[in-house]
Design a protein around this ligand. Structure first.
Ligand code: MLT
Length: 267
């Protein structure tokens, strides 16, 4: 059983999380354009051993977007504000998926001392090239002009594996519902923020924390072969491929995802 918690954030916006359990705190950061429902099986399946906190980033789920723009650095500051309020100021484990992984690396850059370890799922340390950045700006503009679904629908077919689509219609419905529920202004703000994100490639050898890098067997957005290559630059990292998954292994194969996490956390 998880609880929904709303907290007034540092800039007057409402930050919303879903939390369950007790013990060491594990923060979970969703990808784009999703929300805390990405982590429903982790809230259920890990909270008998951990204090699990699924964060909804500004504008996503019931967290509000009170300024038209944000940076990934500011999203990491929100996470630390939540850590101070929800983890009693203690150190946390931090798991981020895709955009959540970009925020996770930003959190590490600003607050490494507050981390027990990092779990980077279906993500990458690099920035976009100029074409990629222009595509993000165009996606944001399309969302504002034509609505969220028109802008994000091209991503939909890349998020789930063939196995998930064939055998888990409820996951297909859930992912579509999460995507459709994001406001156009949030799509634009998140795309602008991701277009401006830092490149962490050079910093990877300086990450001293225990780190787990998770990839999906058929993820075309963050390919496993690339994940294996960049994770090898982090001195204390393990790399795991979750079978039968594309970009969303916490939902697509929660049993193997949760076992992998528990083994890494040692709880
Ligand atoms: C995500 O899943 O968060 C997105 O694929 C991230 C991105 O657009 O780079």
């Amino acid at each position: 059983m998880s609880n929904s918690i709303q907290i007034l954030g540092p800039r007057g916006n409402t930050l919303s999380v879903q939390a369950a359990g007790e013990g060491q705190t594990l923060f979970l950061l969703h990808g784009f354009p999703l929300d805390q429902r990405l982590w429903q099986y982790q809230l259920e399946g890990l909270s008998d051993r951990l204090h699990v906190v699924a964060v909804q980033m500004r504008g996503f789920g019931s967290s509000t977007l009170d300024e038209p723009d944000f940076s990934l650095a500011e999203l990491a500051q929100d996470v630390d504000f939540l850590r101070q309020h929800l983890a009693g100021g203690q150190t946390i484990w931090l798991a981020g998926l895709s955009m959540g992984g970009y925020v996770g690396l930003e959190y590490w850059r600003q607050y490494a001392n507050q981390l027990r370890g990092l779990i980077l799922c279906h993500t990458k340390p690099t920035t976009d090239n100029e074409t990629g950045k222009a595509g993000r700006i165009a996606t944001g503009q399309k969302a504002l002009a034509e609505g969220t679904w028109a802008a994000v629908e091209p991503m939909f077919g890349k998020l789930l594996s063939e196995q998930t689509v064939a055998s888990k219609p409820e996951i297909v419905t859930l992912v579509r519902s999460m995507m459709q529920s994001v406001a156009p202004a949030t799509v634009a703000a998140a795309q602008n923020a991701m277009a401006q994100r830092r490149d962490f490639t050079e910093q990877l050898p300086t990450i001293q924390l225990p780190t787990l890098v998770i990839a999906g067997q058929s993820d075309a957005i963050a390919p496993a072969s690339e994940g294996e290559a960049w994770s090898s630059k982090i001195p204390n990292a393990s790399f795991v491929i979750i079978p039968n998954t594309a970009h969303l292994s916490p939902l697509e194969n929660p049993t193997v995802f949760n076992q992998t996490l528990l083994k890494f956390l040692g709880v």
